[in-house]
Design a protein around this ligand. Structure first.
Ligand SMILES: [Zn+2]
Length: 286
């Protein structure tokens, strides 16, 4: 199995054909990394953009890529075909930092007529997810590539951050530092129909209690002090992703604010429940 770290740069533009904003890929950068963590092959390619003929100011600022450089690039389908050739015949796993690059690739492949799937993607691994699992960091906070590099003692000195090739090198180095083949196996996804359905699925917050996916057994509150069920002081109200209500424990004389979010994911409903004590304002005696 060949491990490849891939990174893309893109330019956010308005696509008239699709009547919406579109992340047009402007650069591919990738490296192959061996068992010892050594990089033994690299690929870099600029794309001659077609949707946005000019780069946006923030893209230029971030990447330091110029409009003149973009003009020297190849068309997107050519870049895909060159990249596929570079990967070669060996079975490969493509790794990216977060799955955003894969979504952008799917959109670009569709837009430029390369198909509904990514022609070179056989197996995929989201290295950010794997890294966060190994480091035991919170799922709600995503760790950026340079922060991750710092965590494992890789210096990004001498690299051009936000250039595809150098970012792919840092990705590969992070991978080498935390490579544990047994756990990695769980994170390698075969890029079949299910993979694509999952990755393009948009998670949706449920905003009505009438939705059959809402499991009402979560809409309650147990007192943190005595462990008994609390009584509801208010009805459940939905605002800003959460259903919110206040509860009260008479035995302990404690009020609770309970917030519950139900989110429809691809194959399950995710529940997030936050309970906190409502601190009463201290009344000063006259
Ligand atoms: Zn209590």
């Amino acid at each position: 199995m060949q491990f490849i770290a891939l990174d893309l740069e893109w330019n956010n533009v308005y696509g008239k054909k699709i009547h919406g904003f579109f992340n047009e890929i402007i650069e591919f950068g990738a490296v192959k990394v061996d068992e010892k963590g050594d990089i033994y092959d690299e690929f870099t390619c600029l794309i001659n953009t077609q949707v946005g003929k000019k780069l946006r100011a923030n893209t230029k600022e971030l990447t330091h890529i110029t409009n003149d450089e973009i003009k020297t690039g190849v068309l997107f389908p050519q870049a895909v075909s060159n990249f596929k050739k570079w990967i070669g015949k060996e079975e490969s796993v493509i790794m990216t930092w977060g799955d955003g690059d894969v979504r952008v690739l799917i959109d670009n492949c569709k837009y430029f007529g390369c198909g509904d799937t990514i022609p070179f993607l056989e197996n995929y691994m989201d290295l950010q997810r794997y890294f966060q699992r190994l480091k035991g960091t919170s799922k709600s906070q995503q760790i950026g590539l340079s922060a991750a590099a710092e965590m494992v003692g890789i210096s990004d000195d001498g690299y051009s951050l936000h250039r595809a090739l150098d970012d792919s090198k840092i990705t590969a180095k992070c991978f080498a530092k935390i490579r544990e083949d047994i756990i990695i196996k769980e994170y390698i996804k075969e890029c079949n129909e299910d993979f694509y359905s999952r990755i393009i699925f948009k998670n949706k917050v449920i905003s009505s209690l009438k939705n059959p996916l809402v499991d009402k057994t979560h809409l309650n509150c147990t007192c943190e002090g005595c462990g008994k069920p609390c009584e509801a002081l208010t009805k459940w109200k939905y605002s800003n992703q959460y259903f919110r209500a206040q509860y009260y424990c008479a035995d302990c004389d404690v009020k609770y604010q309970v917030n519950v979010r139900f989110r429809k994911l691809y194959d399950r409903t995710e529940i997030r429940k936050i309970v906190r004590v409502i601190e009463e304002e201290i009344q000063e005696e006259a």
